[in-house]
Write a protein that binds this ligand. Structure first.
Ligand SMILES: C[S@@+](CC[C@H](N)C(=O)[O-])C[C@H]1O[C@@H](n2cnc3c(N)ncnc32)[C@H](O)[C@@H]1O
Length: 251
């Protein structure tokens, strides 16, 4: 559904948050593909010197007429030397990115911001949405998020019957992870990378390490499923997650 907040003329462009799925190019929705092909401007977040994971998923669908608008993150880690604060640097970056998009939207051009997985599930698109949705019509197209792609590739049902699913960030301190995992029926732990060793320690302490499953780059060509004990914590990539499936309920 499109949210239209503009009744001014000439027509302003629509901001589109476009989920492109977890990596397998066939996991993009029919709707996302249609809107992607029709968008005059395609924006995407990318780390300095990289192609961008989301962009890689959809690049072959673009034609030469479409404007590519890379939004290059100024930092790739939250650890910055004082007096720099990650929160300030990243907020300024989203402000500048929103201004770039405003220029296209004010000129009447729709802008599709492509987003790996789903735009509203830990997607950077949401920071542009928050800055722009009061001034422009928006449309958000949901995508297959990484935890669902991961569960499918692992072949593990996530939650049975009345179980609840807890989604956690590996960035949380160990004691908080422990408390939340203790009360979880089933859990997904995202944002591992350098947090992997800490998270594995908590799973071992709670005896969940035998139930938990680890997957890297789920649904992508380079996907790897590795037993938890064999994961090298120094080499665990950003695109990885852990799933603690709910205990099987025999119907
Ligand atoms: C900023 S969040 C983006 C989530 C994304 N919007 C989604 O819907 O899944 C990035 C985290 O998602 C997880 N992730 C994203 N894609 C993944 C994939 N293909 N395989 C495993 N984990 C993935 C990782 O835990 C990564 O640290």
């Amino acid at each position: 559904m499109t949210t239209d907040v503009s009744n001014t003329s000439p027509r302003r462009g629509t901001l589109i948050g476009l989920g492109v799925g977890p990596g397998d190019p066939e996991l993009i929705t029919v709707k996302a593909l249609r809107l992607l092909r029709a968008a005059p401007v395609v924006a995407y977040f990318v780390a300095k010197g990289k192609t961008g994971n989301a962009f890689g998923i959809i690049a072959s669908h673009l034609d030469a007429e479409q404007t590519r608008l890379p939004l290059v993150y100024p930092v790739t880690t939250e650890a910055l030397p004082p007096p720099l604060r990650y929160e300030d640097v990243i907020a300024a970056f989203y402000d500048e990115s929103a201004m770039l998009l405003r220029a296209h939207l004010d000129a009447g051009r729709d802008v599709a911001v492509i987003c790996e997985g789903d735009p509203f599930f830990y997607g950077s698109y949401m920071y542009l949405h928050d800055r722009l949705c009061a001034d422009y019509a928006t449309e958000v197209v949901p995508g297959v998020c990484s935890m669902l792609g991961g569960a499918a590739m692992l072949g593990v049902p996530l939650v049975y019957r009345n179980q609840t699913l807890t989604v956690l960030s590996g960035v949380l301190p160990a004691d908080e992870l422990e408390t939340r995992l203790e009360s979880a029926d089933a859990a997904v732990i995202m944002k591992l990378g350098r947090n992997f060793d800490k998270v594995r320690g908590v799973l071992r302490k709670l005896g969940l390490d035998k139930r938990a499953r680890y997957i890297e780059r789920a649904t992508m060509a380079q996907q790897r499923i590795v037993p938890i004990d064999d994961v090298d914590p120094m080499a665990s990539p950003y695109f990885s997650l852990l799933i603690v499936p709910g205990v099987k309920w025999q119907a």
